[in-house]
Design a protein. Structure first.
Lengths: 334, 452
């Protein structure tokens, strides 16, 4: 299934270039090299510059600030904030001290939230993509409907969910309690223990169409003949999914799971819109925890140190994930 | 080939993760173009203010940002007509205002004049981003004596020049529904907390509640527990600015407030998640008979409740007729106006503050927003002689105290406010709220306070 690109060849000079061979020889070699190999870099230059300005430079300053004691007393002259060495990092990792303990709690909440959200999103996306693989009347309409959460502006959708989760007048309690009588009293969804589950539900609703879209595209690349041959050999639907669909989708799944993991782990919009800048303890995601440390408590040094730690964690997780999944694939390829 | 592709993937993934991760690191750190430094008008003379353009960040005081823009633009046009100074107005919602100010303070790229919540005064003063209002500066706007003393006390740390000038003042009062009281056979509104709870229990019946509270709103929680602690003679910071959250009076103050849901049961459990002024809705629609709120008349009217249908009295005290700290019934609420220290148009900015704090403008603006003018001369205007505003003005002058004017005040609001919210959530879920659980929550908040 691997597409192979034809080998690149240097462009040949046309016979009617209008310039003499002697003139071409006089050209400096570097210009010739640039003409041949530099064009891609030249075209990439704007993107590289934008990347530097938008991502790399702020990241550099973020790392710099993490070593400073940048509190409200210094934000107007932040260059003069005293150096803190590793104090901000020490405070963040001392898990028996209040700041470290709160960060660790936030980390576990975030990890649980991410794993649940990614697993459920992938499961729903896979199931829907496979079920909608065969042609039937109305398939296009259902596909479009399934993609609606992905197309909606995040804030508008999240605010609507917040209304739906309200205890007194929300739609969720109206259905669960008033109509179906499943609960003895109206539950709280935006405060207390349920706030975590409310957040997971919204996250899955928001994320699964992405998995669905990517997997649907991946399924298009699996030749129908494989299924036909398997069916002739007596393979049932589950066997076909296990032996053909899933192995063929492996590269797509690898990317989907990684991207969803990173997006969800860094999710800021969901808790911020649902709970404001002070989410319940049970829904204290790490992104908003860092935001609070920086912008609510006005300690940008501490917030930056936490950001750097988060970055390092995600780098390690990503590297391990890719190593493990690549090794698995290599073995399968043999 | 495989190892090469693996390392390429690793490299690409590293770049991806770095890009995602730094989004957090850089979150909100950018300067704001809309708040960029204003420039001199081309027609300005070398020494003339006429033709200069200043930028003004206004806070949201009316029903919407657009309504505020319309209200203020009318007034700003008067200013431009009389001085020739143009004002570039931006009305900023409360959710964004502090972040915008912080970004401006960090980058030095901010407005010339801005509104701040008066409880932020000392914290923002500590950043050094605001121009100190010394006697000379106050001289340009008619002197410090024109303003109510309580309002000036809420404009910066004691012993320092104020960081801002009072613009709108507000105070808390107890709003009560006259018909619901009459129906329950209650002749007079409560003056002590014991009476309030007793009345509240009579009024809590048939889906209606005695009281509504904004349980998930951290700032509201802070304002009430400040008063309840003050009435017990306790403060949330000592003289050196160190937090004193865990004292028995502070614990009792928080417990008394949370008990409105937990043990008194005079407020609906659903109040524990109120954060978007649902309290006013409940009061104005007759779902709750009482609420403690600041200058609520315009908001109540927007829900269709007529001024004659409700009354306003001072918030209760622990004992009837209490005086001094025990008689404090409100924090000094309000909005201050500050000049950004990095302004290149200091004179024009001062001229604008002078205009906004002039007696006539104070009458106009406070009249529109239902607040009380901090300029004492303007308070005698008939617009502020309505029964509710007379009560609130009296509270402001006699029984209101400023929130602690210490640099770490904002952290106090952001740690203790959510702690109270969390206790309300426990109460709503039927979990017990005890002295120990309150103390544990306050201890945790205090441990996270930065060293002062």
């Amino acid at each position: 299934m691997t597409a192979t690109a034809p080998p690149r060849r240097a462009p040949e000079a046309g016979p009617s270039s209008g310039k003499s061979a002697a003139g071409r020889r006089l050209r400096p070699r570097i210009v010739e090299r640039l003409r041949q190999g530099g064009l891609p870099y030249l075209l990439l230059l704007p993107a590289v510059l934008a990347e530097l300005l938008i991502h790399i430079v702020p990241m550099f300053f973020g790392i710099l600030i993490s070593f400073k004691n940048l509190t409200l007393f210094y934000i107007h002259h932040w260059n003069s904030a005293p150096w803190a060495g590793f104090d901000n990092y020490k405070a963040a990792v001392k898990i028996h001290q209040p700041i470290g303990e709160a960060l660790l709690h936030s980390f576990w909440v975030t990890l649980s939230y991410t794993l649940l959200s990614v697993a459920l999103s992938w499961l729903l996306g896979s199931a829907a993509a496979i079920l909608l693989q065969d042609k039937f009347r109305g398939r296009g309409l259902i596909r479009t409907l399934f993609l609606v959460p992905y197309a909606l502006p995040a804030y508008a959708a999240l605010i609507t969910w917040t209304f739906m989760f309200q205890q007194d007048t929300g739609l969720v309690n109206h259905v669960l309690h008033d109509q179906l009588h499943l609960t003895s009293s109206k539950s709280f969804w935006l405060i207390g223990d349920n706030s975590f589950w409310a957040m997971v539900i919204v996250s899955v609703w928001k994320s699964w169409p992405f998995a669905f879209l990517a997997l649907m595209a991946g399924l298009q690349n699996i030749p129908r003949e494989l299924y036909e041959a398997a069916a002739m050999d007596g393979a049932g639907v589950w066997q076909q999914i296990r032996k053909i669909t899933m192995p063929s989708l492996r590269p797509v799944n690898q990317v989907i799971v990684l991207v969803l993991f990173l997006w969800t782990f860094n999710d800021f919009n969901t808790p911020f819109v649902m709970f404001g800048q002070n989410p319940p303890h049970q829904a204290d995601l790490i992104s908003i925890h860092i935001y609070q440390s920086s912008f609510i408590n006005w300690n940008f040094g501490s917030g930056s140190a936490m950001s750097v730690l988060l970055l390092l964690f995600l780098l390690v997780v990503t590297a391990i994930y890719l190593l493990v999944t690549s090794r698995g694939r290599s073995e399968n390829d043999v | 080939m495989r190892s090469s592709s693996t390392s390429s993937r690793l490299l690409a993934a590293t770049a991806l993760v770095a890009a995602l991760g730094l989004t957090l690191a850089a979150c909100g750190g950018g300067s704001d173009k809309s708040g960029g430094k204003s420039t001199d008008g081309k027609t300005a003379g070398a020494n003339s203010l006429s033709g200069q353009t200043i930028t003004y960040w206004a806070s949201n005081q009316g029903t919407s940002l657009d309504a505020d823009k319309a209200t203020l633009t009318t007034e700003l046009n008067k200013f431009t007509a009389s001085t020739g100074i143009k004002v570039k107005l931006e009305v900023i919602g409360w959710a964004d205002l502090l972040n915008r100010i912080l970004a401006a303070a960090t980058s030095g790229q901010g407005p010339d004049v801005l509104n701040i919540g008066n409880t932020w005064s000392a914290s923002l003063q500590a950043t050094g981003a605001l121009m100190p209002w010394d006697d000379a500066a106050f001289g340009t706007i008619g002197g410090k004596d024109r303003f109510a003393a309580a309002a000036i006390a809420s404009a910066g740390a004691a012993g320092q020049d104020p960081a801002a000038v009072p613009l709108y003042s507000m105070a808390y009062g107890l709003y009560y529904n006259k018909k619901m009281f009459a129906d329950a056979g209650i002749a007079n509104p409560p003056t002590t907390w014991a009476e309030l709870v007793a009345d509240g229990k009579k009024l809590t019946t048939g889906g209606h509640y005695g009281l509504a509270v904004e349980g998930a709103n951290g700032a509201e929680n802070i304002h009430h527990i400040f008063v309840l602690a003050k009435q017990r003679g306790a403060s949330w910071f000592d003289d050196k600015g160190a937090p004193t959250f865990t004292g028995p009076q502070q614990v009792a103050a928080v417990k008394q407030y949370v008990d409105f849901i937990a043990s008194d049961k005079i407020a609906a459990k659903g109040n524990a998640e109120y954060v978007q002024n649902q309290t006013i809705t409940d009061f104005a629609t007759g779902k709750a008979a009482m609420m403690m709120w600041q200058s609520a008349a315009p908001a109540i009217a927007s829900h269709g409740m007529k001024p004659g249908d409700y009354g306003v009295v001072p918030v209760p005290t622990q004992t009837a007729g209490a005086t001094g700290d025990a008689g404090v019934t409100s924090m000094v609420a309000g909005i201050n106006m500050a000049i950004f220290k990095d302004t290149k148009h200091k004179d024009a900015a001062e001229a604008f503050v002078k205009f906004m704090t002039s007696t006539d403008e104070q009458k106009t603006l406070n009249g529109k927003y239902g607040s009380i003018p901090p300029v004492t001369e303007a308070q005698s205007d008939p617009a502020f002689q309505t029964p509710d505003l007379k009560v609130l003005a009296s509270v402001l002058s006699k029984s209101a105290a400023p929130l602690p004017q210490v640099a770490n005040e904002s952290q106090f609001e952001n740690l203790v406010g959510p702690a109270v919210k969390s206790l309300f959530a426990d109460a709503a879920a039927g979990k017990p709220v005890t002295d120990d659980s309150v103390k544990a929550a306050l201890t945790k908040a205090q441990q996270q306070m930065p060293a002062s």
